[in-house]
Design a protein around this ligand. Sequence first.
Ligand code: MN
Ligand code: MN
Length: 455
Amino acid sequence: SDVCSSDLQLTWSAPHIGKDAPDHKEKAFKYCEGYKKFLNAGKTERECVKEAVHMLKKAGYKPFDRTASYEPGDKVYYVNRSKAIIATTFGKKPLSEGLHMNGAHIDSPRLDLKPNPLYEKEDIAYFKTHYYGGIRKYQWGTIPLAIHGVVAKKNGELTEICIGEKEDDPVLVITDLLVHLSREQLDKPARTVIEGEKLDLLIANKPLEGEEKDAVKAGVLKLLKENYNIEEEDFLSAELEIVPAGKARECGIDRSMIMAYGQDDRVCAFTSLLAMLETKDVKRTACCILVDKEEIGSVGATGMTSKFFENAVVELMDVVEGYSEVKFRRAMANSKMLSSDVSAAFDPLYAASFEKKNSAFFAHGLVFNKYTGSGGKGGSNDANAEYVAELRKIMDDNNVAFQTAELGAVDVGGGGTIAYVLARHVMNVIDSGVAVLCMHAPWEITSKVDVYEAV
Ligand code: MN
Ligand code: MN
């Protein structure tokens, strides 16, 4: 069936996929089996890169080799510090005529262990954390949590740690005050109900026999030594991330939705990657960029503002047609990108925070945000009308359901994405992605049919 009716019509509203294209629904349910697996395999940026490499290799992609020669149709990938990745399919046209790209971020809001995390108080051992990205801190109390990450040792070894995901694994928790004693706490503003320094993880309560002082902490260190061969000092060079424990689940008694941690922005990472894998015979060189650090401003060597993307394109160009700065700049300026990031799904229970005519709705398809930003579009990439028109045509010609949205009502809040970073190269960029309910909460919700339309 046709979600994009071509009959002459003067008014427009986004189609409802369930009603207008029931055949898409079936495909969507199938796609989401893979999506759930991707979410379960990738709960940190490092795990996402690992899973992406796994998927890319299966599809015939190879690590980029600057000494190799490449033909149109060849497939390579380029990993940056285990936390960001660019996958490329070489096109028939020279790079200087522009690349076609999509990109998403694979970091999600979470809690990170501090470099010196372990302490004991009243026979309870804790890990100190520092939250990463925009979270509502009170949402992280009294839910099962898992630790994912790596410990880098002085001898060059990298120890991977994952506690809390297997059926019989223990989980960890951040405590909150019992309601009986919370009269004072309940009068506090939500942002201070659980303060940042109280986001400490309860990890142990069993004292090590024979120890007098800090015996519980000593017990934890003994376990870490036995199980992972790490010592307290090794935390100095570790990246251990605290995320909600548990798998992606189907949501709703009709199973129409997915509830999972980290769907901002792994839903766009998955759909971007899958789109890349399913694209055959590209005219222009195609790139799928999965980056880290978006949630804290796209900074750092693995964030979008680093030069790793430019470096990758320079290397690609060098190999296939010889690099020159003028050609590189032309390539950038002739490029087109879907900067894929999630949109706030309209929540009928919080309708006042949205403006209904310009909101994203579940089951209405891929969301285009012409602009994001806050306080008068501040900080946003504002996609060119001509580019939006071109995309409308592509969507309609290919029977893809799409909708357009802003991030909430004017002056209610706002947010940014990686779009502006790419737009600095004078390329056409637009924010596009999947609508998410409860964005940045420990468990976020998406609609299965939207995942399919995004691919
Ligand atoms: Mn995002
Ligand atoms: Mn976000």
